[in-house]
Design a protein around this ligand. Structure first.
Ligand code: SF4
Length: 177
């Protein structure tokens, strides 16, 4: 049986996963404590989306914090993780973030859970499932994330055209024409 390197899941969150798929520099900045989220209008908008899209949802679902992940809306009855997003621009990253939630739940004995990615402004919902090959991909991603966040230097910027809406935009691009 193949042995996997032990990875400290306490340090790797769904946000790390999401950022890994969007930009390695963003992942490194976030993981190394350079956090622009609280000052970002976009993040404020995201919080507002959570508060306004489903005002009664918090009564219906549970919030779960486990091994570094935080799930805002978990339907315990139907075993469904609900993840709300503003736009589907980074849909692949969103999907892997939810798959990672399912993976962590599974690793902690909460099996058979599925996910729903919800884009209330687009009236769009995508089902997310965790397959056996996904688990292997997640293990590989965890190793890569662990390597990146331990780089001594911040990774290079990605092309500016892909930075729109990033909370680190001013940090990365101020002074550029
Ligand atoms: S602004 Fe661009 S290069 Fe900088 S962290 Fe964000 S996505 Fe990465």
């Amino acid at each position: 049986m193949r042995k996997f390197k032990k990875i400290n899941l306490m340090r790797i969150t769904g946000t790390h996963f999401n950022y890994y798929l969007i930009c390695h520099r963003k992942l490194w900045l976030f993981a190394n404590g350079i956090n622009m989220e609280s000052t970002s209008d976009l993040v404020y908008e995201g919080k507002l989306l959570h508060e306004t899209s489903y005002p009664r949802r918090s009564e219906k679902y549970q919030e779960i914090e486990l091994d570094g992940i935080k799930i805002d809306y978990y339907d315990t009855k139907n075993k469904v993780v609900h993840e709300l997003k503003k736009s589907d621009k980074h849909e692949e990253a969103h999907e892997w973030q939810v798959k990672y939630y399912l993976y962590v739940l599974d690793q902690n004995g909460i099996t058979g859970v599925t996910g729903l990615l919800e884009y209330p402004r687009l009236h769009k919902t995508t089902e997310v499932l965790l397959s056996i090959p996904d688990r292997e991909v997640i293990r590989e991603m965890l190793e890569k994330i662990d390597t990146i966040i331990h780089y001594e230097q911040c990774p290079e910027r990605i092309p500016k055209s892909r930075c729109k809406n990033c909370s680190y935009f001013d940090f990365c691009w101020s002074g550029e024409t």
